[in-house]
Design a protein around this ligand. Structure first.
Ligand code: GLU
Length: 501
């Protein structure tokens, strides 16, 4: 049982996979509910039959679960105000629409799609601002209606917007908002197939589910006067409204695929951590004090307030998310990180790498790569290029790293020097305890003995054993790779150089 009367809802339409904006809305509602010891309700607004996407409901619930957002009422858990799928509540909407008709707040409209399209085209021609409806059926006589009915036309039901006056409300974020009723159309409440529109179903359910606060995306602001008029026609007490700031890309345009992935599931699959994602989403339009960046889930619940939601748009910065993810990654213990990284390695490493992967081996390399990990999986940059995690650690696992022979020489070494260097290293490494300290103690003087700069010599070895010019610390890396692998890779490097001679 919740301890307060606060009841908020997340009301997604399953018309696609949930994106950052949807889930930010869910998170703010959830944080507000948990902060106020209220209830968080999930309601699926699935009345737009044509736009329903298969698998979308599961994707929405999976996204919430992944982030650790739990719901008190809704799909799977039920609750006293169900059903929580609007498609299972059609009779309620139909009855209410009939009631509005009977009370004179609504009217049947027989206009066909063709007529409406023509009407709009004519408005455009007359350079009028386009309205969705010209109210032609608002004042039909009883006889005229009967004529349409006799033709077997099934009407839609439209709401009668007052022709004059204003609808005002106090948005908890935006403050006073006013709409002239003359700018509002007689919107459809019930479609001819018996399905309600968003407006009707949303208002009825918020009322029946005893929602106290509606926190929703900015794009719904212009629906709110319609909803308020509907609340009033139905004699319902409206909830309080808070319209959340928009989320823009770093170029200040509407957030889209161009700014990186937008579906939450995609972030999960790329190896972002739910803790980091939650932290990041919470700061898209909310802040505690304009400078604190890192918050645990508990801290967010503790501090969240509607007062601190910003009026101005939030900027979605993928680099910041990566940074934050890196911070969370580094905060994990080696064991915890091993558990989280293993499934990603299993998925992302080339097929040639033997499975199952050795947990012990992964555990051993984690201290070497942790500092540079920003995600656990293969990452795509905003521009779509593959980068980071996988190549960063691939060489620890593959049989032989693939690289360009020229990398072995770097900027300074001649082929002869490189061959000499590798031969000497090979000999020295045959009979050496393979720990980082012994390796360093042996290899540093070896460079000097060969007349090579330590940096050049180590660069050569680094490429030979990892295939990369930048890699984790050389001697620890060699220790983790082990003697057998190192010798094999150095031999292969030698061969590459000699083959080119
Ligand atoms: N079903 C609407 C959506 O997809 C709900 C909007 C609202 O919260 O009222 O976002």
């Amino acid at each position: 049982m919740s301890e307060s009367d606060v009841r908020v809802r997340f009301a997604p339409s399953p018309t696609g996979y949930p994106h950052v904006g949807n889930i930010r809305t869910a998170l703010f509602n959830w944080l507000f509910a948990r902060h106020s010891s209220g209830s968080f309700i999930v309601r699926i607004e699935d009345t737009d039959v044509n736009r329903k996407v298969k698998g979308a409901v599961e994707a929405i619930l999976d996204s919430l679960r992944w982030l650790g957002i739990d719901w008190d009422e809704g799909p799977e858990v039920g609750g006293s105000y169900g059903p929580y799928f609007q498609s299972q509540r059609l009779d309620i909407y139909q009855k209410t629409a009939q009631h509005l008709l009977a009370e004179g707040h609504a009217y049947p409209c027989y206009c066909s799609e063709e007529r409406l399209a023509q009407m709009r085209a004519e408005m455009a021609q007359r350079k009028e601002s386009i309205r969705s409806y010209d109210r032609r059926c608002r004042n039909l006589t009883r006889e005229e209606r009967a004529k349409f009915e006799a033709q077997g036309i099934v009407p839609v039901i439209r709401f009668k917007i007052p022709l004059e006056g204003q609808t005002r409300f106090n948005d908890m974020i935006k403050g006073d908002v006013a709409f002239d009723n003359s700018t509002l159309d007689d919107f459809v409440l019930l479609k001819s197939d018996g399905y309600p529109t968003y407006h009707l179903a949303n208002v009825i359910d918020d009322h029946l589910m005893k929602i106290t606060h509606v926190l929703r995306a900015d794009e719904w602001l212009s629906s709110t006067p319609r909803h308020l008029l509907l609340y009033s026609a139905l004699g319902y007490q409206p909830p309080l409204f808070a319209h959340l700031p928009m989320i823009l890309g770093t170029d200040r345009s509407k957030l889209s695929k161009r700014h990186g992935a937008t579906s939450i599931i995609e972030y999960r699959d790329r190896g972002y951590l739910p803790q980091a994602m939650m932290n990041f989403l919470a700061l898209l339009g909310w802040s505690l004090d304009d400078h604190t960046e890192l918050f645990s889930k508990e801290e967010l619940v503790q501090h969240f307030s509607i007062e601190r939601i910003s009026k101005t748009s939030a900027i979605f910065n993928l680099d910041k998310l990566k940074w934050m993810n890196g911070v969370y990654i580094r905060n994990f213990s080696t064991d915890a990180l091993t558990d989280r990284l293993l499934p990603f390695l299993d998925r992302d490493l080339p097929q040639s790498v033997k499975r199952p992967l050795s947990r012990e081996y992964v555990r051993q390399i984690i201290p070497l790569i942790r500092e540079r990990l920003t995600t656990l999986g293969k990452v795509e940059s905003a521009t779509g290029a593959m980068a980071e995690a996988a190549p960063l650690y691939d060489f620890f696992f593959v049989d032989e790293p693939v690289y360009d022979t020229r990398l072995l020489l770097g900027k300074k070494l001649t082929r002869e020097d490189a061959v000499r260097g590798l031969e000497a290293a090979l000999e020295r490494l045959q009979a050496l305890p393979f720990d980082a300290k012994s390796l360093e103690d042996a290899l540093r003087p070896l460079a000097a003995g060969l007349g090579l700069k330590a940096g050049d010599f180590f660069g050569l070895l680094r490429v030979a054993v990892t295939g990369r010019t930048a890699a984790p610390p050389l001697f620890q890396t060699m220790e983790a790779l082990g003697q057998e692998r190192c010798l094999k890779r150095i031999k292969a490097a030698l061969k590459k150089l000699q083959d080119k001679r």
